[in-house]
Design a protein around this ligand. Structure first.
Ligand code: SF4
Ligand code: SF4
Length: 368
């Protein structure tokens, strides 16, 4: 028999102690191994895209000399604003935009991921999320703990990402389809990806200081950037409210040990809730990974009305491989669809890139 019976006593101070009862120790599922594997694969993919894109830019900067590698359209995953604008263009015209279509497809794939699996984009795919997680774990390793900002600081700071998101939604929301198309066809719009690369290649001292402050804050406070400042994460959080898959606690099985709440990077009171609705839940499943009581905490669809609690299938619980599979199918399926339908690459003549790329730093923002 895989499950060993043991006696567990409630240890949570602010809850009434439960009487000693027999519980089943859950067979540990490799949640974090699988999630970290997906994060590592996506990080490597992004590293490869960055190298290929850099070599592509250098080719044009050198007047067509050196190694030529095709432009990796996946770089447009780093252009979420272009993706958002193109999505609006698609909704208004029914046509897939010609410039940065991959930005739109990747934007849709990531939104869909959050729609189905909470903010799994942030905790399973986003390289910034992966780096943020590495930083706070580094801080915890060397300092013994992370800082928890008091509620009166935490709450207003959390609103910042929605203010930024609201700004982008307002600006893009007031643009006509024609204005979006015109913007994308300006040199600034065409070379948004090159401008982004050059921002890091020729980074100024102010930007270095800002990034250093963010890195330092991320070592001290869990997911500082994602929790307080990232408008993309803010959007994913709002979308994730509709997600049918949530962290669900079975209060009958739970022994109120509080391990899940302690493990939660978003500081959610997992041990007090029956399901986690919060926009801050990233679907990182750190809570499920530490819960040792069989069936007490799951990443699951809503239970069927008459579900028998001992049946995993009747409660429609997801396993690590299933979550990884859904994430992979959404991402790869979207890319494949865009490629097959001929809407993946921005097809500009090579001569145009030859003229524009070396001059990229001279093109200012055209304004919305
Ligand atoms: S859900 Fe699991 S980890 Fe959380 S309090 Fe209950 S038994 Fe402990
Ligand atoms: S509730 Fe669980 S899945 Fe959600 S953020 Fe906290 S630890 Fe991660």
């Amino acid at each position: 028999m895989e499950q060993a019976e043991l006696v567990v006593q409630s240890q949570t101070a602010d809850l009434p102690r439960k009487p000693r009862k027999l519980v089943h120790r859950a067979k540990a599922l490799p949640w974090q191994r699988v999630r970290h594997g997906v994060q590592a694969a996506f990080l490597l993919l992004n590293a490869w895209i960055a190298i290929q894109f850099y070599l592509w830019v250098r080719y044009f900067e050198q007047g067509g000399a050196g190694l030529y590698l095709p432009r990796p359209a996946g770089v447009e995953g780093w252009l979420p604003i272009a993706g958002f604008m193109n999505f609006k263009y698609l909704l208004m015209t029914g046509r897939v935009p010609a410039v940065h279509p991959a930005a739109m497809f990747l934007f849709l794939a990531f939104v869909l991921t959050s729609l189905l699996l909470k903010k799994a984009f942030c905790s399973w795919l986003c390289p910034v999320g992966t780096f943020s997680e590495f930083l706070w774990k580094l801080g915890r390793h060397f300092l013994g703990r992370n800082l928890h900002l008091p509620r009166w600081v935490d709450l207003p700071l959390r609103s910042l990402k929605y203010i930024l998101l609201g700004f982008f939604v307002f600006v893009i929301g007031t643009m006509s389809a024609e204005a979006i198309k015109s913007f994308m066809q300006t040199p600034y719009g065409l070379l948004a990806d090159v401008k982004m690369l050059n921002f890091f290649r020729y980074i100024g001292s102010t930007a270095v200081i800002v990034i250093a402050v963010l890195v330092f804050a991320s070592v001290l406070v869990k997911n500082f950037w994602c929790r307080y400042l990232c408008p993309y994460g803010g959007l994913m959080g709002l979308v994730s409210l509709l997600s049918p898959v949530k962290i669900r606690r079975d209060a009958e099985a739970c022994v109120n040990c509080g391990k899940c709440a302690n493990a939660c990077p978003a500081s959610l009171p997992v041990d007090h809730l029956v399901q986690i609705h919060s926009v801050e839940c990233t679907g990182c499943v750190e809570c499920v990974a530490v819960c040792q009581v069989q069936g007490a905490l799951q990443f699951a669809l809503p239970p069927r009305p008459a579900a028998h609690l001992s049946s995993r299938w009747s409660r429609r619980v997801l396993r690590p491989a299933a979550v990884a599979g859904i994430v992979a199918v959404l991402f790869l399926g979207t890319v494949l669809f865009a490629r097959i339908t001929g809407h993946w690459h921005t097809n500009l003549p090579r001569a145009m890139y030859m003229d524009l790329v070396p001059e990229a730093n001279q093109f200012g923002h055209a304004g919305f």
